[in-house]
Design a protein around this ligand. Sequence first.
Ligand SMILES: Nc1nc2cc3nc(NCCc4ccc(CCO)cc4)[nH]c3cc2c(=O)[nH]1
Ligand SMILES: [Zn+2]
Length: 377
Amino acid sequence: MTNHAIKYRLIKKEKHTGARLGEIITPHGTFPTPMFMPVGTQATVKTQSPEELKEIGSGIILSNTYHLWNRPGDELIAQAGGLHKFMNWDQPILTDSGGFQVYSLVENKKNITEEGVKFKSHLDGRALFMSPETSIGIQNNLGSDIMMSFDECPQFYQPYDYVKNSIERTSRWAERGLRAHQRWHDQGLFGIVQGAGFKDLREQSARDLTSMDFSGYSIGGLAVGESHKEMNAVLDYTTVLLPEDKPRYLMGVGAPDSLIDGVIRGVDMFDCVLPTRIARNGTLMTHFGRVNIKNAKYEYDFTTLDPMCDCYTCKNYTRAYLRHLIKADETFGLRLCSYHNLYFLVHLMMEVRQAIINDNLLEFREAFCERYGYNLP
Ligand SMILES: Nc1nc2cc3nc(NCCc4ccc(CCO)cc4)[nH]c3cc2c(=O)[nH]1
Ligand SMILES: [Zn+2]
């Protein structure tokens, strides 16, 4: 299979790190990498319209196989003409496979078998079953541009033997998913490398998956409670195992320092619910660190949220106004705060891409983290 619908073009490597500047070409358009992808789990990035997402500069958004299969149903979305049409988003969409979600819904490990996973719906408790074939079939119905293999994401501190059995089954599931995938001509499929914090298991998982012709590779099993240091250690020895001519996607990562550290270690794509999730309780990321806008000190603060941000929120509203809206639980406050946090991360990636062009990513990291208040190791 060489005629992948998803193509990666490596434009430039940063001189002093493993960072890469590239672009990913999809049937719904091309986006630059490194890129942060806003999460729209239920076919909407919460509180943001497609026009606002384009204004923010989101080149691609995420949605979720398990959630959309459960409600409103992948058949309904297929009848609507697919997810792009259903949600009026004409740019690239990536769907996660449901692997990560179903694990939080499995009541007993014995419901995880070679065939697939038995679990209960988070909506009404009805019995559900998901397998590589069902996950691929749902993603084919949704018509996402980039699909994920159905995998098991073990907790980071599981025993070695459990993780070894898990990654071997995940590799067998990945192979079944490849076979079940019906629409190579317009949908790419990524393999997901697992292995928790065990170097030899990460190597085994990467070897298995890179021997299969996926359009790209995700690094899974991270951002599940391990430390920043442990995540970086896994990335240090995992990204180098993945082919240079295909995209690398680190799942679930969204804190500014983790994004920069992931790029330095050769990651091209990131997603996380963080920006919109924390925005809804008034936690805002700014160039000078986090601002908890509900704090009394902002009551009479008639200055802009982030003097270094040129987003709609920062250009038109004050901290006092944002604080008022969030305290009053006004929906407009959720919109303005979500817009800013998404804009902050998407534009952080723009600044990182510029630093790769200038070959000064390490200096950029130093200055960014110093200003943000991260104490660097
Ligand atoms: N298929 C698949 N999907 C994944 C999604 C993930 N998402 C994460 N982490 C997200 C962690 C996360 C969750 C919520 C918030 C909001 C603020 O607390 C922030 C981060 N790790 C992940 C790993 C996998 C994985 O191996 N396989
Ligand atoms: Zn802003």
